[in-house]
Design a protein around this ligand. Structure first.
Ligand code: C5P
Length: 401
């Protein structure tokens, strides 16, 4: 968390400037206050109004603005922050910093400040590889400037290589690490996470499925690994990338998911995020079902095992903490509270998945954490942020057990 931290966000010119808006939101969700400085290059990509609206603060753009100087002043602006973050940082801005040039608001603030500075560069791959940029980065590092390294991949200019602005969660993590150090409270703990849908075959070409994307479960696995846990992620058929440091086991059906979870035990915590199909087809149809004049195909459904309830009621190897998710479309808290008791789990993370919320398959989630102590409502957050908070909560609970 970044409660009470004041971050001055300098947004340079680059296609990735839009990511700075997302970064500001994520930092604020974690309790930080964010003030923006938008360079003239940055203003070619996003507007001061969008920065001001998203940060609930003034956005500063001009060194020689009478209004800004009267209200704030560039020296005060540079001092009233706990950390200055530059994202995206252009080759030009880094060159100015390395050379001590102060000819606009951003570079003047950076020369005037006595506060720590973190730079997230973004530029074309050739520019990134240029000896001048490399020299400047070395100079800045020896000046004590912190860096969030850019990623590789397809760049806005169409070239492939290094120079893409770091992803928002990586920048948030670097900022949190800067303030709190690299705390890994789950080191030595094993977590099992289920994620995604299951596919239950009807015949060799058809199956029963659901709309689960796996995003939330994958984010939970990633957040637990980021806190140092050894993570086994049992994943149904999804297209999500495996988070760093996570051991992934791919399955298709509920029966396979249950077997993989049982195989992964013992574990300190199990988080069942998967949308497991409630039913599977009982009679094994070896061949593709044909349309016939005699009516509808003849197959029976049978109930799948409840993996979560099974884990909770184990007499051996029950994880210390078992957490379920409850996707509801009405009476969320009430239904989830009943579900927690019925399944015997320690926590239920309940959310509203009715079509209008866009949660199923979307990037955000709004959840209630139901425990024996009642209901804790969290605000609407990205699925990554829900996962980070949940991972911290898991670490707290395991520590107190
Ligand atoms: O009963 P319902 O499907 O709403 O319960 C949701 C919770 O139970 C989720 O945590 C889900 O992963 C888990 N579950 C399970 N096995 C099933 C059905 C649900 O682990 N067969």
């Amino acid at each position: 968390m970044l409660n009470g931290k004041r971050i001055l966000l300098i947004i340079g010119g680059g296609v990735a400037a839009y990511k700075a808006l997302e970064l500001a939101r994520r930092l604020m969700e974690r309790g930080a206050t964010v003030k923006g400085i938008l360079t003239s290059g940055g203003q070619e990509f996003i507007t001061p109004l969008s920065v001001a609206s998203l940060t609930n603060n003034e956005c500063y753009t001009d060194l020689f603005s009478l209004k800004d100087e009267a209200e704030m002043g560039h020296i005060r602006l540079s001092r009233e922050a706990d950390l200055i973050v530059i994202a995206p940082a252009t080759a030009d801005l880094m060159a100015k910093m390395a050379g001590g040039i102060a000819n606009d608001l951003a570079s003047t603030v950076l020369l005037a400040t006595d506060k720590p500075v973190m730079v997230a560069p973004a530029m074309n791959a050739q520019m990134w590889d240029h000896p001048a940029t490399k020299r400047n980065i070395e100079t800045l590092k020896s000046d004590g400037i912190h860096f969030v390294a850019p990623g590789s991949g397809m760049l806005a200019c169409g070239e492939i290589g290094a120079g893409r602005l770091a992803e928002v969660p990586d920048m948030v993590e670097a900022i949190e690490e800067f303030f709190h150090g690299n705390i890994q409270p789950l080191t030595g703990k094993h977590a099992v996470v289920t994620a995604g849908p299951t596919h239950e075959p009807i015949d060799p070409v058809r199956y029963i499925a659901n709309r689960s994307s796996g995003k939330q479960g994958f984010a939970v696995a990633g957040a637990l690994a980021a806190l140092g846990a050894k993570v086994t992620l049992v994943a149904g058929p999804v297209t999500e990338e495996t988070p760093p440091g996570v051991n992934r086991v791919d399955v298709e059906t509920a029966l396979q998911m249950k077997a993989a979870v049982d195989d992964a035990l013992p574990a300190d915590v199990a988080v069942c995020v998967a949308a497991v199909a409630d039913w599977r087809v009982e009679n094994d149809v070896g061949q593709k079902l044909k349309k016939t004049k005699d009516g509808l195909p003849d197959f029976q459904l049978t109930e799948n095992p409840d993996i979560l309830a099974g884990l909770c009621s184990r007499t051996d190897n029950r994880p210390t903490l078992v957490i379920g998710f409850a996707a509801e479309t009405e009476n969320i808290v009430e239904y989830a509270t009943v579900k927690r008791t019925r399944k015997g789990c320690d926590l239920i993370v309940a959310n509203d998945v009715s079509a209008t919320t866009g949660i199923m398959g979307g990037a955000d989630n709004e959840v209630h954490i139901i425990s024996e102590f009642g209901d804790e409502a969290w605000p609407k957050l990205s699925k990554t942020e829900v996962a980070s908070r949940l991972a911290l909560k898991i670490a707290d609970i395991l520590e107190s057990k």
